[in-house]
Write a protein that binds this ligand. Sequence first.
Ligand code: NAG
Ligand code: NAG
Length: 301
Amino acid sequence: MLLNFTFIGIMAPVFTIFNPDFSINVEKVPSYANFLSDSGIHGVLIGATSGEGTSLSVKERKNLTEAWAQAVKSTHQHLMVQVGGAPFPDVLELARHAEIAGADSILTMPELYFKPKKPQELISYLRFISAAAPNTPLLYYHNPGHTSVNIDMADFLEQAASQVPNLKGIKYTSNDLAGGYAALKAAHGRYRVFIGGDYLIEPAFALGFDSAIATSMNVFPKYSIGMLEAIKESNLEKAKSLQQNLTRAMNIVTRYGSKVSGMKLAMNLFTPINVGLARPPLQNVNPARIEEIKHSLEQFF
Ligand SMILES: *[C@@H]1O[C@H](CO)[C@@H](O)[C@H](O)[C@H]1NC(C)=O
Ligand SMILES: *[C@@H]1O[C@H](CO)[C@@H](O)[C@H](O)[C@H]1NC(C)=O
């Protein structure tokens, strides 16, 4: 079967909303989906880094997928579900479940213990996931900073072409922009290559990337949306200024702890959606510093 992956542009990697007792909250998912949609975000990725996917049980991940699948029926956002970072049978089960629940695409990390070292080992892993969800576009999540799996993405895409029938792209989260550009060239337009991360959005767009997924898109979506528009209008000065301002904002957020907990705090302080704290093992921002962060970030909204 020929599967189409049609999403292009800015996708938000959504946070998982936790109640004060750290149970997941799915009741607020529809208002979160609406908030992003009203902010111009037409795609959501669940269960990835910002979504603390690896800190959730299989049951919780399925529950979240179902809640988002329901919510996007009214917002018409593209729903991408990250299924990796769990024991192998669970990854397959999550892939099967995502397909049945109606995900528009599946993203997966590599195996995190028996780490692949060569493109062919990664391809073999992805073939199992592809077989578990054969009717859903599949994307690979390249994020060596977290996974310590650092396979050359250009080599991988060249070799995967004939071997993983529903492979449609990658999320390229690495500061090695030269490697990302090589992957974009190797994709030959057959694959979507999302730039991941908040610091290299403008340089990546300037190199020809057309799609991005980064945490800031939950909280400050105007920066990346603005960058994409500015690049389309060949306004490099504006795109550069937006990236510089976003980078300044990110540097403030990450000064106080992990990026996910800092960005969740910013979301709670500056948007109508309260996503709660980050779940252990992540640590949260010291409450004594909250006023200071709020004060430093105000200028960016
Ligand atoms: C999903 O989670 C919510 C909140 O924890 C719970 O009330 C609900 O029963 C769960 N649903 C499923 C299908 O697990
Ligand atoms: C970036 O921030 C500066 C001041 O902090 C502001 O003057 C400038 O307009 C901002 N750039 C854009 C494109 O919003």
